[in-house]
Design a protein around this ligand. Structure first.
Ligand SMILES: *[C@@H]1O[C@H](CO)[C@@H](O)[C@H](O)[C@H]1NC(C)=O
Length: 408
């Protein structure tokens, strides 16, 4: 079922790793009124595509996935809603239906979610790669409906989930030395940047979306699957403030540093585009540094999983007959050892709500999703929302998102 490889495909895959949200300043600004959301991404934003494509064999197809909010598995890799659901709610739009999973049941007039769990920047191995093809397909099939109209697209929110961590997962969990994992960073980051380079000719941009938000990687050293894998007696290996593995978080920081450099280059190459970096690492670290402030009592433990350190067990996944789950997922950052809980998706560190004057696209700030409309009313013309991400495949994941406002 994996799509066949092609250079084009590979670029498309990579493009997914850019957390991108394009809300262009529409000609007739109708503040806060977005007509549709289109999302590209992986398990952090999959709302049922992998479950559909695998005929219900994805882990997220079985309980207790979905238990907190939907009270049934929906294909979301969490206990309840994901970031995309919260964004849709804030936009007063319906839950974004998955495509292709929702074909035949939805008309996608208010958006479509092309995310499929599992995606790598450097590999052809994923359905996610089909995301942009599906988008094309949807535009064609709905033409000349409203969906195809430029006006609709211009008022749509485009999100593209981060990718890259899955490339690292495979190497990391394969016990290869960190140096060989680090060797992957430059190609992965380059792949992400190449995707942004080709965003310009894509339909998204042609129709008015001119802003790209690239998400950094989250702190891998705080995620149960890696904490379990690289557990050590060496106390020095851990950050005493958070309990996270320092060397793994340094790895995330290394990725983020190279990514930011590439974005700087891209800003010069595309002076008319707004290219924003979303500091997911920083957002999540503020939770790990003061979990209780966010109501998290077990930040490093998985809520759902098998017996083992961090409640993670490589042979017992969440939903397996012998797995157990915590009952209070809202006290956990991590749901299944790889992905975040609904509560973590929902949480945002909340700095001051006053908008800093933004003169540079590299300036980002975080806001509660619910502040979005107020911000737009206050004059923000371009609003970028970053969902983020992931570690699906092997899995570990996390997502945090933030809103980035650019004052035009
Ligand atoms: C993982 O689960 C298996 C099966 O339940 C168990 O035998 C094993 O001890 C567990 N591993 C750890 C590290 O607890």
């Amino acid at each position: 079922m994996a799509p066949s490889f092609s250079a084009r495909l590979s670029l498309h895959v990579i493009l997914l790793s850019v957390d991108l949200l394009l809300l262009s300043s529409v000609v007739t600004p109708s503040p806060g009124c977005y007509s549709a959301i289109f999302n590209f991404g992986d398990s952090l934003t999959d709302t049922g595509n992998l479950a559909f494509l695998t005929g219900g064999k994805a882990p997220a197809s079985r309980p207790p996935y979905g238990e907190t909010y939907f009270h049934r598995p929906t294909g979301r890799f969490t206990d309840g809603r994901i970031i995309l659901d919260f964004i849709a709610r804030a936009m007063r739009l319906p839950l974004v239906p998955p495509y292709p999973a929702g074909r035949g049941r939805h008309n996608f007039a208010k958006g479509a979610n092309f995310a499929v769990a599992g995606a790598r920047a450097l590999s052809n191995a994923f359905y996610v790669a089909e995301g942009f093809n599906w988008f094309d397909q949807l535009l064609q099939s709905s033409s000349p409906s409203a969906l195809a109209a430029h006006d609709i697209l211009k008022q749509s929110l485009f999100m593209v989930g981060e990718i890259g961590i899955n490339d690292y997962n495979h190497v990391l969990l394969d016990d290869r030395p960190i140096d060989s994992v680090r060797a992957y960073v430059a190609p992965v980051v380059h792949a992400i940047a190449s995707a942004i380079d080709v965003i310009q000719p894509l339909a998204l941009v042609r129709t008015g979306a001119k802003t790209v938000m690239a998400s950094g990687m989250f702190p891998v050293g705080c995620i149960p699957v890696f904490l379990a894998k690289f557990r050590t007696q060496d106390a020095e290996a851990y950050d005493p403030a958070t309990g996270c593995l320092k060397w793994l978080n340094e790895f995330s920081q290394h990725h983020n540093l190279l990514l930011r450099r590439q974005l700087g280059r891209l800003r010069q190459a595309h002076p008319h585009a707004t290219i924003v970096y979303a500091d997911i690492y920083g957002a999540l670290m503020s939770i790990y540094a003061s979990p209780r402030r966010f109501g998290m009592t077990s930040p490093l433990m998985a809520c759902c999983g098998g017996e083992g350190p961090y409640h993670f067990n490589f042979s017992v996944g969440c939903g397996d007959p012998t797995s157990t789950w915590c009952g209070d997922p809202w006290s956990y950052v991590c749901w299944d050892g790889k992905h975040l809980t609904e509560e973590a998706y929902h949480l945002q560190p909340r700095p001051a709500v006053d908008l800093p004057p933004m003169v540079d696209s590299s300036i980002t700030d975080q806001f509660m999703l619910t502040d979005l409309q107020a911000l737009v009313r206050a004059g923000a013309k371009t609003v970028l929302v970053s969902g983020i991400f992931p570690m699906d495949d092997v899995d570990s994941g996390g997502v945090l998102w933030r809103l980035v406002i650019k004052q035009l």
